[in-house]
Design a protein around this ligand. Structure first.
Ligand code: MRU
Length: 352
């Protein structure tokens, strides 16, 4: 396994646009941490495949990849028919992260506002803008979250942060969302230590979050998902920071499966828990989280996760939801690019 070191998350990008080639290069996240390999996405089918297969994943990165995917599609064929078909193809890749629909809607509006010959360039520029905005959003979330971490710092004792899945630099174009406050704290000399829950069955915590924390030199410890409650009970967690795939207007937060359990444990142990939520992850059409579409994934992910030998009788029935919804009442707050608010008060930061 190669060892990677990055001085700052800004040095690392899981997606790079190659406008001269009319393509994008992505880090194939299914290969991490064993190998850091890139894949060129040169067609809309490539982009859809990369999202579906989770070579790119994480709500913001899915949105940016889809935006470039639409631009790439329009270079091949700028007609409205192809625009609509490509949008549908990309939208169908993964159902839960609303950033995908948000980015596609935004790019579609831009495409339809200009004549066919200008469409590909206009949408490419829009994808660049979405990517640049994501970097700025990450940074702002990081600054707001850093204040929360500073408040918890006592002397030289590290602030213990628990995170789940990967809401990091690998899931975005910048510092990550849940990880941005951690990286900024680390850079500012505020001692932080991160508990990383492994995130069965795809192991985004174990494979990806540990990889990037290691690459950035942030102290961390890997735990199995089920250890989260006990370490909170033993006073080893000062704050829980997680990401979000879709947030309803009332502050219900949909994120990687297991987030809800962490919120229950955090509440029972009086540990503050925040979701880091970039505004493109808010679904303003949903009053609450009950109608958020939850991706149901392949049974093989669960059957294979424990190793190559089958760990259950043949034919065992599996249910594998990829996400869950944490009720707003269990969260201490939501960190957005516009500041920190009570989960139920998103409209005060985004009056609409
Ligand atoms: O299935 P994944 O790996 O795409 O799920 C990712 C998450 O649940 C993240 O927490 C979320 O997308 C936020 S990423 C900034």
């Amino acid at each position: 396994m190669e060892i990677h070191r990055f001085a700052s998350p800004a040095e690392f990008a899981p997606l790079r646009a190659r406008p001269e080639q009319g393509a994008i290069d992505i880090v194939d996240q299914t290969r991490l941490p064993q190998s850091l390999v890139t894949r060129r996405l040169a067609t809309v089918l490539d982009a859809a495949d990369a999202i579906r297969s989770m070579q790119v994943r994480g709500a913001p990165l899915i949105g940016v990849t889809a935006a470039y995917g639409l631009a790439i599609a329009l270079r091949a064929d700028p007609t409205e028919y192809h625009l609509r078909a490509s949008r549908a193809l990309l939208l169908a890749t993964r159902p839960t992260a609303v950033n995908l629909r948000w980015a596609l809607d935004r790019c579609e509006r831009v495409a339809l506002a200009v004549p066919e010959p200008s469409r590909a360039a206009a949408v490419w520029n829009e994808a660049d803008a979405i990517a640049a905005e994501d970097v700025a959003i990450n940074r702002a979330i990081g600054e707001h979250g850093l204040r929360l971490i500073r408040e918890l710092a006592v002397g030289s004792r590290p602030v213990n942060v628990l995170t789940h899945c990967n809401a990091g630099a690998l899931a975005t174009l910048g510092y990550g969302t849940a990880t941005a406050p951690i990286y900024l704290a680390h850079a500012a000399g505020v001692a932080v230590h991160v508990w990383v829950s492994e995130t069965r069955p795809r192991l985004q915590g174990a494979r990806l979050t540990t990889w990037e924390l290691h690459a950035h030199g942030v102290p961390h410890t890997l735990i199995v998902d089920a250890a989260s409650a006990t370490i909170m009970q033993h006073g080893k967690v000062d704050i829980v920071l997680v990401g979000a795939d879709r947030v309803a207007v009332n502050g219900d937060v949909c994120n990687k499966i297991g987030t809800y359990e962490k919120a229950l444990a955090a509440r029972d142990n009086a540990v503050p828990m925040y979701a880091a939520v970039p505004s493109p992850s808010i679904d303003w059409t949903l009053p609450d989280g009950s109608r958020i579409p939850i991706e149901e994934r392949d049974r093989e992910e669960v059957l294979g996760a424990a190793g190559s030998d089958p760990s259950q009788p043949q034919g065992t029935v599996v249910f594998n939801p990829g996400f869950d919804v944490t009720p707003a009442r269990l969260l201490t707050g939501i960190i957005t690019e516009r500041g920190v608010c009570k989960p139920t008060a998103l409209r005060t930061l985004f009056p609409g």
